[in-house]
Design a protein around this ligand. Sequence first.
Ligand SMILES: O=C(NCCCOCn1ccc2cnccc21)c1cc(-c2ccc(F)cc2)cc(O)c1O
Ligand SMILES: [Mg+2]
Length: 214
Amino acid sequence: TQSTRPQRLLGAVQKNATRGDPCSVVKAIDHFCRHKEWAMNVGDEKGCILDSVVSEINPATVLELGTYCGYSTVRIASRLPPHAKLITLEFNPDFAVIARQVIAWAGVEEKVQLVEGASGDWIPKMKEQFGIKTFDLVFLDHWKDRYLPDTKLMEECGLLRKGSVLLADNVICPGTPEYLEYVRNSPRYESRYFKSHLEYTKVEDGLEKSVFLG
Ligand SMILES: O=C(NCCCOCn1ccc2cnccc21)c1cc(-c2ccc(F)cc2)cc(O)c1O
Ligand SMILES: [Mg+2]
């Protein structure tokens, strides 16, 4: 039977990366996606911007919306301080199966809790289920039309504090126009655009970093 692209991506990790070495996992995925099959990882160029934002914040609590194969999960988790927690949410169970194996291969499973389900269902349950007070960093990388409603939901659920950072992928391609309009015009956010390219291509894309002002 035919394998899926995530399965082939996992194969490339298991063949080319060293167990317990997150950098080699990231490099193996980037090589696979650049030379074999494109896949919707944040990628190496935007990934460096993600890395710098994580290092700047040094977050104790991170929420990632959109795990896919775990590429950005590994990038973030490998830069977290000890005892920091990353909760990553994935809607597609087939993607989750692959992501768990990529996360384990990288050796960062201690810092990661992968949760399967929809953001609209899980965001209201974060506090009670995971003992989270607020998130220091949220990486938005799921359905582009959910960025805005989920941001409002996080505000309503008291999951953001003064200084919480939202970092959103794909604000140009595929694009998140309503979300951009909101964070750029709301007095409750200080927003900045990091121009880059769609992963593994020359197409423009970028990350929007928005600090919640409380
Ligand atoms: O679609 C994309 N990502 C989202 C996946 C589903 O996410 C669903 N999903 C994951 C948790 C989760 C929680 N609740 C609801 C839905 C939830 C996505 C797409 C592209 C892209 C760009 C150009 C193209 F020609 C084609 C595709 C690039 C990206 O970087 C992306 O991130
Ligand atoms: Mg993305």
